[in-house]
Design a protein around this ligand. Structure first.
Ligand code: A2R
Length: 314
Protein backbone atom coordinates (compact mmCIF):
# COMPACT_ATOMS: atom_id res chain seq x y z
CA UNK A 1 0.00 0.00 0.00
CA UNK A 2 1.30 3.46 -0.89
CA UNK A 3 2.50 5.49 2.05
CA UNK A 4 0.56 8.69 2.76
CA UNK A 5 2.13 11.99 1.73
CA UNK A 6 3.72 14.40 4.17
CA UNK A 7 4.89 17.91 3.36
CA UNK A 8 8.16 18.88 5.06
CA UNK A 9 8.26 22.68 5.20
CA UNK A 10 11.99 23.34 5.57
CA UNK A 11 15.36 21.62 5.95
CA UNK A 12 15.20 19.38 9.02
CA UNK A 13 17.19 20.36 12.11
CA UNK A 14 18.07 16.72 12.81
CA UNK A 15 19.72 14.20 10.49
CA UNK A 16 17.32 11.44 11.52
CA UNK A 17 14.13 13.44 10.81
CA UNK A 18 13.71 12.43 7.17
CA UNK A 19 14.56 8.72 7.72
CA UNK A 20 12.02 8.62 10.57
CA UNK A 21 9.34 10.25 8.41
CA UNK A 22 10.11 7.88 5.53
CA UNK A 23 9.17 4.90 7.75
CA UNK A 24 5.53 5.92 7.39
CA UNK A 25 5.25 8.61 4.71
CA UNK A 26 6.26 9.76 1.25
CA UNK A 27 8.16 12.97 2.03
CA UNK A 28 7.71 16.09 -0.15
CA UNK A 29 10.22 18.92 0.36
CA UNK A 30 8.39 22.25 0.26
CA UNK A 31 11.49 24.45 0.51
CA UNK A 32 13.08 22.76 -2.51
CA UNK A 33 10.06 23.18 -4.80
CA UNK A 34 10.62 25.80 -7.49
CA UNK A 35 6.88 26.30 -7.97
CA UNK A 36 5.48 26.09 -4.45
CA UNK A 37 1.83 26.91 -5.32
CA UNK A 38 1.93 24.14 -7.92
CA UNK A 39 3.30 21.64 -5.36
CA UNK A 40 0.48 22.59 -2.98
CA UNK A 41 -2.12 22.22 -5.75
CA UNK A 42 -0.77 18.78 -6.69
CA UNK A 43 -0.66 17.52 -3.11
CA UNK A 44 -3.87 19.18 -1.86
CA UNK A 45 -6.40 16.41 -2.66
CA UNK A 46 -4.57 13.84 -0.51
CA UNK A 47 -2.30 15.76 1.84
CA UNK A 48 -3.18 15.23 5.50
CA UNK A 49 0.19 15.79 7.23
CA UNK A 50 2.77 18.56 7.50
CA UNK A 51 6.09 18.38 9.35
CA UNK A 52 7.83 21.62 10.24
CA UNK A 53 9.82 23.53 12.87
CA UNK A 54 8.58 26.43 14.97
CA UNK A 55 9.81 29.02 12.48
CA UNK A 56 9.12 27.41 9.06
CA UNK A 57 5.34 27.89 8.96
CA UNK A 58 2.89 26.92 7.59
CA UNK A 59 1.18 30.31 7.42
CA UNK A 60 -2.53 30.86 6.82
CA UNK A 61 -2.12 30.78 3.01
CA UNK A 62 -0.50 27.35 3.02
CA UNK A 63 -3.04 26.05 5.52
CA UNK A 64 -5.92 27.29 3.37
CA UNK A 65 -4.39 25.68 0.27
CA UNK A 66 -4.50 22.27 1.98
CA UNK A 67 -8.18 21.53 2.71
CA UNK A 68 -7.58 17.93 3.85
CA UNK A 69 -4.80 18.74 6.29
CA UNK A 70 -5.26 17.02 9.67
CA UNK A 71 -2.01 17.45 11.57
CA UNK A 72 0.96 19.85 11.68
CA UNK A 73 3.76 18.11 13.59
CA UNK A 74 6.38 20.65 14.63
CA UNK A 75 9.99 20.10 15.68
CA UNK A 76 10.78 22.30 18.71
CA UNK A 77 8.84 23.54 21.70
CA UNK A 78 8.08 27.06 20.39
CA UNK A 79 5.53 27.22 17.59
CA UNK A 80 5.28 30.99 17.05
CA UNK A 81 6.11 30.62 13.33
CA UNK A 82 3.01 28.46 12.71
CA UNK A 83 -0.33 30.17 12.23
CA UNK A 84 -2.04 28.23 15.02
CA UNK A 85 -5.17 30.41 14.83
CA UNK A 86 -5.64 29.46 11.17
CA UNK A 87 -4.99 25.80 12.07
CA UNK A 88 -7.49 25.91 14.93
CA UNK A 89 -10.12 27.58 12.74
CA UNK A 90 -9.68 24.82 10.14
CA UNK A 91 -9.85 22.03 12.74
CA UNK A 92 -6.20 21.05 12.19
CA UNK A 93 -4.21 19.67 15.11
CA UNK A 94 -0.71 21.00 15.95
CA UNK A 95 1.94 19.17 18.00
CA UNK A 96 5.36 20.23 19.36
CA UNK A 97 8.30 18.57 21.13
CA UNK A 98 8.41 19.80 24.74
CA UNK A 99 10.50 18.44 27.65
CA UNK A 100 13.09 16.47 25.63
CA UNK A 101 15.12 19.68 25.21
CA UNK A 102 14.90 20.97 28.80
CA UNK A 103 18.33 19.71 29.94
CA UNK A 104 20.06 20.93 26.81
CA UNK A 105 18.46 24.38 27.05
CA UNK A 106 19.38 24.66 30.72
CA UNK A 107 22.98 23.71 29.95
CA UNK A 108 23.41 26.37 27.28
CA UNK A 109 21.88 28.96 29.60
CA UNK A 110 24.48 28.27 32.27
CA UNK A 111 27.18 28.11 29.60
CA UNK A 112 26.22 31.54 28.31
CA UNK A 113 26.11 32.97 31.83
CA UNK A 114 29.56 31.62 32.69
CA UNK A 115 30.93 32.82 29.36
CA UNK A 116 29.57 36.29 29.97
CA UNK A 117 30.49 36.72 33.61
CA UNK A 118 34.00 35.32 33.16
CA UNK A 119 34.67 36.76 29.66
CA UNK A 120 35.49 33.26 28.38
CA UNK A 121 35.36 34.07 24.63
CA UNK A 122 37.46 37.20 25.14
CA UNK A 123 39.88 35.43 27.49
CA UNK A 124 40.36 32.65 24.93
CA UNK A 125 41.28 35.26 22.29
CA UNK A 126 43.59 36.94 24.81
CA UNK A 127 45.62 33.76 25.20
CA UNK A 128 45.65 32.90 21.48
CA UNK A 129 46.82 36.41 20.56
CA UNK A 130 49.80 36.16 22.92
CA UNK A 131 48.65 39.04 25.11
CA UNK A 132 48.87 37.05 28.37
CA UNK A 133 52.67 37.28 28.38
CA UNK A 134 52.38 41.08 28.64
CA UNK A 135 49.71 41.42 31.33
CA UNK A 136 47.27 39.34 33.32
CA UNK A 137 43.65 39.38 32.14
CA UNK A 138 41.42 41.79 34.15
CA UNK A 139 39.46 40.50 37.17
CA UNK A 140 35.99 39.08 36.60
CA UNK A 141 32.71 38.77 38.49
CA UNK A 142 31.05 35.51 39.57
CA UNK A 143 27.60 33.96 39.73
CA UNK A 144 27.65 32.79 43.36
CA UNK A 145 25.51 34.84 45.71
CA UNK A 146 23.75 36.74 42.93
CA UNK A 147 20.02 36.78 42.23
CA UNK A 148 18.64 35.48 38.94
CA UNK A 149 15.15 36.45 37.80
CA UNK A 150 13.55 34.00 35.38
CA UNK A 151 11.01 35.41 32.94
CA UNK A 152 9.02 32.25 32.20
CA UNK A 153 9.37 29.57 34.89
CA UNK A 154 8.02 26.81 32.64
CA UNK A 155 9.44 23.40 31.78
CA UNK A 156 12.79 24.83 30.68
CA UNK A 157 12.81 27.66 33.24
CA UNK A 158 12.50 25.13 36.09
CA UNK A 159 15.53 23.16 34.84
CA UNK A 160 17.50 26.40 34.61
CA UNK A 161 16.43 27.27 38.18
CA UNK A 162 17.62 23.88 39.44
CA UNK A 163 21.08 24.49 37.96
CA UNK A 164 21.26 28.09 39.18
CA UNK A 165 20.75 26.81 42.71
CA UNK A 166 23.68 24.43 42.26
CA UNK A 167 25.69 27.55 41.40
CA UNK A 168 24.56 29.06 44.72
CA UNK A 169 22.36 31.72 43.18
CA UNK A 170 19.01 32.97 44.49
CA UNK A 171 16.17 32.35 42.07
CA UNK A 172 13.05 34.50 41.61
CA UNK A 173 10.56 34.46 38.74
CA UNK A 174 7.97 36.39 36.80
CA UNK A 175 5.07 35.06 34.74
CA UNK A 176 1.39 35.76 34.37
CA UNK A 177 0.64 33.37 37.23
CA UNK A 178 2.12 32.58 40.62
CA UNK A 179 3.02 28.89 40.84
CA UNK A 180 2.09 27.97 44.41
CA UNK A 181 4.11 24.74 44.52
CA UNK A 182 7.37 26.31 43.38
CA UNK A 183 9.76 27.41 46.17
CA UNK A 184 10.98 30.59 44.44
CA UNK A 185 9.71 34.12 45.19
CA UNK A 186 7.23 35.35 42.56
CA UNK A 187 7.06 38.86 41.09
CA UNK A 188 3.82 39.86 39.41
CA UNK A 189 5.68 42.87 37.99
CA UNK A 190 8.54 42.25 35.56
CA UNK A 191 9.87 45.74 36.29
CA UNK A 192 10.05 45.04 40.02
CA UNK A 193 11.78 41.73 39.38
CA UNK A 194 14.31 43.42 37.09
CA UNK A 195 15.05 45.96 39.82
CA UNK A 196 15.57 43.18 42.36
CA UNK A 197 17.83 40.85 40.36
CA UNK A 198 21.38 40.81 38.99
CA UNK A 199 20.53 38.50 36.09
CA UNK A 200 17.37 38.55 33.97
CA UNK A 201 16.89 35.25 32.13
CA UNK A 202 14.31 35.21 29.35
CA UNK A 203 12.78 31.79 28.60
CA UNK A 204 9.12 32.50 27.74
CA UNK A 205 7.46 31.80 24.37
CA UNK A 206 7.34 34.22 21.46
CA UNK A 207 3.81 35.59 20.95
CA UNK A 208 1.94 38.86 20.49
CA UNK A 209 1.62 39.10 24.26
CA UNK A 210 5.34 38.65 24.96
CA UNK A 211 6.72 40.85 22.14
CA UNK A 212 9.23 43.39 23.54
CA UNK A 213 8.38 42.55 27.14
CA UNK A 214 12.02 43.42 27.78
CA UNK A 215 12.13 47.05 26.65
CA UNK A 216 14.15 50.15 27.54
CA UNK A 217 12.34 50.56 30.86
CA UNK A 218 13.00 46.98 31.94
CA UNK A 219 16.66 47.28 30.94
CA UNK A 220 16.98 50.51 32.98
CA UNK A 221 15.42 48.64 35.90
CA UNK A 222 17.96 45.84 35.53
CA UNK A 223 20.57 48.53 35.96
CA UNK A 224 24.29 49.12 35.48
CA UNK A 225 25.31 45.95 37.32
CA UNK A 226 22.67 43.81 35.62
CA UNK A 227 23.07 41.09 33.00
CA UNK A 228 20.53 39.90 30.44
CA UNK A 229 20.30 36.37 29.03
CA UNK A 230 17.82 35.51 26.25
CA UNK A 231 17.35 31.84 25.36
CA UNK A 232 13.60 32.05 24.63
CA UNK A 233 12.74 34.02 21.50
CA UNK A 234 14.32 37.12 19.99
CA UNK A 235 10.95 38.85 19.80
CA UNK A 236 10.74 39.17 23.60
CA UNK A 237 13.59 41.69 23.70
CA UNK A 238 13.54 45.09 21.98
CA UNK A 239 16.94 44.72 20.31
CA UNK A 240 17.28 48.44 19.47
CA UNK A 241 16.76 49.25 23.15
CA UNK A 242 19.18 46.49 24.14
CA UNK A 243 21.95 47.74 21.87
CA UNK A 244 21.48 51.28 23.21
CA UNK A 245 21.57 50.02 26.82
CA UNK A 246 24.74 48.01 26.14
CA UNK A 247 26.45 50.88 24.30
CA UNK A 248 25.59 53.32 27.08
CA UNK A 249 26.56 50.83 29.82
CA UNK A 250 23.02 51.03 31.23
CA UNK A 251 23.36 47.28 31.75
CA UNK A 252 26.57 45.34 32.25
CA UNK A 253 26.24 42.76 29.50
CA UNK A 254 24.04 40.35 27.55
CA UNK A 255 24.24 36.73 26.39
CA UNK A 256 21.91 35.91 23.52
CA UNK A 257 21.06 32.66 21.76
CA UNK A 258 18.03 34.13 19.95
CA UNK A 259 17.54 37.33 17.96
CA UNK A 260 14.75 39.41 16.48
CA UNK A 261 16.06 38.86 12.95
CA UNK A 262 17.70 35.44 12.60
CA UNK A 263 20.26 34.67 11.23
CA UNK A 264 21.17 38.36 11.04
CA UNK A 265 21.43 39.83 14.55
CA UNK A 266 21.31 43.60 15.04
CA UNK A 267 24.67 44.83 13.65
CA UNK A 268 25.15 46.94 16.77
CA UNK A 269 25.56 43.73 18.79
CA UNK A 270 28.48 42.48 16.72
CA UNK A 271 30.92 45.20 17.70
CA UNK A 272 30.22 45.15 21.44
CA UNK A 273 32.60 43.47 23.87
CA UNK A 274 30.04 43.10 26.67
CA UNK A 275 27.99 40.50 24.81
CA UNK A 276 28.23 36.78 24.11
CA UNK A 277 26.37 35.59 21.02
CA UNK A 278 25.24 32.09 20.07
CA UNK A 279 23.54 31.06 16.78
CA UNK A 280 20.15 29.85 18.13
CA UNK A 281 21.85 26.62 19.15
CA UNK A 282 20.09 26.01 22.47
CA UNK A 283 18.77 22.57 21.55
CA UNK A 284 21.47 21.75 19.00
CA UNK A 285 23.07 18.62 20.43
CA UNK A 286 22.90 15.23 18.74
CA UNK A 287 21.09 13.63 21.69
CA UNK A 288 18.45 16.31 22.02
CA UNK A 289 17.84 16.82 18.30
CA UNK A 290 17.41 13.03 17.90
CA UNK A 291 14.90 13.01 20.73
CA UNK A 292 13.04 15.95 19.17
CA UNK A 293 12.81 14.15 15.82
CA UNK A 294 11.58 11.01 17.60
CA UNK A 295 8.91 13.10 19.32
CA UNK A 296 7.71 14.49 15.96
CA UNK A 297 7.47 10.91 14.67
CA UNK A 298 5.72 9.75 17.85
CA UNK A 299 2.97 12.33 17.39
CA UNK A 300 2.51 11.45 13.71
CA UNK A 301 2.36 7.72 14.49
CA UNK A 302 -0.20 8.31 17.25
CA UNK A 303 -2.37 10.20 14.78
CA UNK A 304 -2.02 7.43 12.16
CA UNK A 305 -3.20 4.89 14.74
CA UNK A 306 -6.06 7.12 15.88
CA UNK A 307 -4.54 7.40 19.37
CA UNK A 308 -4.53 10.60 21.46
CA UNK A 309 -1.72 12.99 20.45
CA UNK A 310 1.08 12.99 23.07
CA UNK A 311 2.01 16.66 22.54
CA UNK A 312 -0.97 18.54 21.16
CA UNK A 313 -0.89 22.35 21.41
CA UNK A 314 -4.01 22.75 19.24
O1 A2R B 1 2.65 33.22 32.29
P1 A2R B 1 2.60 31.84 32.86
O2 A2R B 1 2.38 31.83 34.33
O3 A2R B 1 1.69 30.92 32.07
O4 A2R B 1 4.08 31.26 32.67
C1 A2R B 1 4.61 30.92 31.40
C2 A2R B 1 5.51 32.02 30.85
N1 A2R B 1 4.77 32.99 30.02
C3 A2R B 1 4.74 34.31 30.27
N2 A2R B 1 5.32 35.04 31.22
C4 A2R B 1 5.07 36.38 31.21
N3 A2R B 1 4.28 36.99 30.31
C5 A2R B 1 3.67 36.29 29.34
N4 A2R B 1 2.87 36.90 28.45
C6 A2R B 1 3.89 34.87 29.29
N5 A2R B 1 3.46 33.87 28.47
C7 A2R B 1 4.00 32.73 28.94
O5 A2R B 1 6.46 31.32 30.04
C8 A2R B 1 5.57 29.75 31.58
O6 A2R B 1 6.17 29.77 32.84
C9 A2R B 1 6.65 29.99 30.53
C10 A2R B 1 6.58 29.02 29.37
O7 A2R B 1 6.76 27.74 29.85
P2 A2R B 1 6.38 26.44 29.00
O8 A2R B 1 5.08 26.65 28.32
O9 A2R B 1 6.54 25.26 29.90
O10 A2R B 1 7.45 26.44 27.85
P3 A2R B 1 8.92 25.78 27.80
O11 A2R B 1 8.82 24.36 27.38
O12 A2R B 1 9.64 26.07 29.05
O13 A2R B 1 9.54 26.61 26.59
C11 A2R B 1 9.64 28.03 26.66
C12 A2R B 1 10.09 28.64 25.35
C13 A2R B 1 9.45 28.10 24.08
O14 A2R B 1 8.18 28.61 23.84
C14 A2R B 1 10.42 28.54 23.01
O15 A2R B 1 10.15 29.85 22.61
C15 A2R B 1 11.74 28.50 23.73
O16 A2R B 1 11.44 28.36 25.12
O17 A2R B 1 12.50 27.43 23.30
Amino acid sequence: MAKPDILLMGPPASTNMIPLLEDDFTVHRYWEAEDKPELLRTLAPNLRYVATTGHQGPDANVIQALPNLELIASFGVGYDGIDVDAARAAGIRVTNTPDVLNDCMAEITLGLMLSLVRDLPQADRYVREGRWAHANYPMQDELSGRTAGILGLGRIGKEIARRLQAFRMQVVYHGRNRQPYEPYPFYSSLKEMAEACDWLIVIAPGSDSTRHLVNAEILRSLGRDGWLVNVGRGSLVDEDALVAALQNKQIRGAALDVFENEPNPHPGLLSLENVVLSPHAGSATNRTRDRMAETVAKNLKAHLRGDPLPNAVV
